[in-house]
Design a protein. Structure first.
Length: 155
């Protein structure tokens, strides 16, 4: 029974990790809302599965969960900026050209676009690693480390 459960945990986490790794690079390259949202959903699924199996994993998978939370946080900021941009654009559509509120909304829309660009660049820097280990490598290593106790059961 333990062997079957251990195999299931390994397969499940590996499947979700592969999805995140496959979606990551293309999403960061395109920078499209939909692609980044799909990456965020993939990170959430992986995180929820790690949390679900946490009691079976070495060190309760703290490093993996911290990395997943960091990625979700950065993607959440981008998602928030996307939502704000859509809201501001919709509000602008409803205003007359000479409405004095347009200036403020246009400025806020532009600021939101710049905030999003900075957030995407910060996510790309995290993913690439820069001076540190690249995010995909760190995430893979932390999940492998967390699965360490299970590999003895599966072998």
């Amino acid at each position: 029974m333990a062997r079957t459960l251990a195999k299931h945990v390994c397969r499940t986490l590996a499947k979700h990790l592969r999805r995140v790794l496959a979606d990551g690079e293309p999403a960061l390259r395109s920078g499209r809302d939909e692609d980044l949202h799909a990456l965020r959903v993939g990170l959430k699924r992986l995180r929820y599965n790690v949390e679900f199996f946490r009691c079976l994993l070495d060190g309760e998978a703290k490093d993996a969960l911290d990395l997943l939370a960091l990625g979700q946080e950065k993607l959440g900021m981008i998602s928030d900026d996307d939502a704000f941009r859509r809201t501001y654009a919709a509000l602008l559509e409803d205003l007359e050209v000479d409405d004095p509120r347009r200036l403020g909304l246009e400025a806020r829309l532009q600021a939101s676009k710049q905030e999003r660009e900075r957030a995407v660049e910060a996510l790309r820097a995290l993913w690439d690693g820069g001076e540190k280990r690249a995010y995909p490598e760190s995430l893979t290593a932390s999940i492998s480390e967390a699965l360490g106790s299970l590999s003895n059961v599966v072998s």
